[in-house]
Design a protein around this ligand. Structure first.
Ligand code: NAP
Length: 245
């Protein structure tokens, strides 16, 4: 087991990549805190975890600072430490620049960027006291290359790369590693409304000629969370089948 007895918080673990990660991490021996805004899907993830492993659900809107602090407090009360935080929760609200509303801009910034700041700041004291910890941020290839209709989303995912590298420098000396994963196109509820024609085009453009599965990203998170990545800090791991090379 690669994460035996590690305490791992995964935001957005009720769905898609986060859910797949929660179930994989349980199999690898982790105690998993499923932190999601969606109580129904979050509790469903926990029910699956509890068939063989350990974990619990915390209802959390990552854009709410107080809720983020409370989520960390609850985790520490229950498990006494936090080994890994995966800032995985994220949303899209797509529109061309000329049509994008202030609400769409603000909402995506609040959840995808400020949400990561909130959860990271909330866990970091416990990790510093322990003298170790791992933080993993869900960026995107859109943060590296941009994407039409996603100026808000791309800004947040690029922003996360800046945050990841800065925090890798700030926190490395405290024994805390900070890395990002930049997924390509992954089949999850987030991408379920994309028309078939676009999906085919994405496959054609991808050297591996397929779309990504949630487990492709869960495995990348697993590597970065595990001790095998002990010397990996400030990295942005692209998991996109070669789409942007
Ligand atoms: P997903 O299936 O939509 O899952 C996201 C989860 O986050 C959902 O359970 C959602 O709840 C929850 N959530 C939404 N807002 C939240 C908030 N304010 N606080 C806490 N939880 C919240 O998405 P996914 O495709 O797995 O994406 C996971 C991460 O990977 C995201 O950061 C995304 O940007 C990134 N990513 C995805 C792709 C892709 O192709 N799928 C590509 C690159 C990067 P609800 O069910 O209520 O919405």
């Amino acid at each position: 087991m690669r994460l035996k007895n590690k305490v791992v918080i995964i935001t957005g673990a009720g769905s898609g990549i986060g859910k797949e990660t929660a179930l994989l991490f349980e199999k690898e021996g982790a105690k998993v805190v499923v932190a999601d805004m969606n109580e129904k899907t979050g509790e469903e993830t926990v029910a699956e975890i509890k068939k063989n492993g350990e974990g619990f659900f915390v209802q959390l809107d990552v854009s709410d600072r107080e809720q983020s602090k409370q989520m960390v407090k609850t985790t520490l009360e229950k498990y006494g430490r936090i080994d890994v935080l995966i800032n995985n929760a994220g949303i899209v609200q797509d529109a061309f620049l000329s049509k994008m509303t202030e609400e769409q801009w603000d909402k995506v910034i609040d959840i995808n960027l400020t949400g990561v700041f909130n959860c990271t700041q909330a866990v970091v004291e416990a990790m510093m006291n322990q003298g170790n910890g791992v933080i993993i941020n869900a960026s995107s290839i859109v943060g590296l290359n941009g994407n039409v209709g996603q100026v808000n989303y791309a800004a947040t995912k690029a922003g996360l790369i800046g945050m990841t590298k800065t925090l890798a420098k700030e926190l490395g000396k405290k024994g805390i590693r900070v890395n990002a994963v930049a997924p390509g196109f992954i089949t999850t509820p987030m991408t379920s409304n994309v028309p078939e024609k676009i999906l085919e085009m994405m496959k054609e453009k991808t050297p591996l000629r397929r779309l990504g599965e949630p487990k492709d990203i869960a495995n990348a998170y697993l590597y970065l969370a595990s001790d095998e990545a002990n010397f990996v800090n400030g990295a942005v791991l692209c998991v996109d089948g070669g789409l942007i090379i």
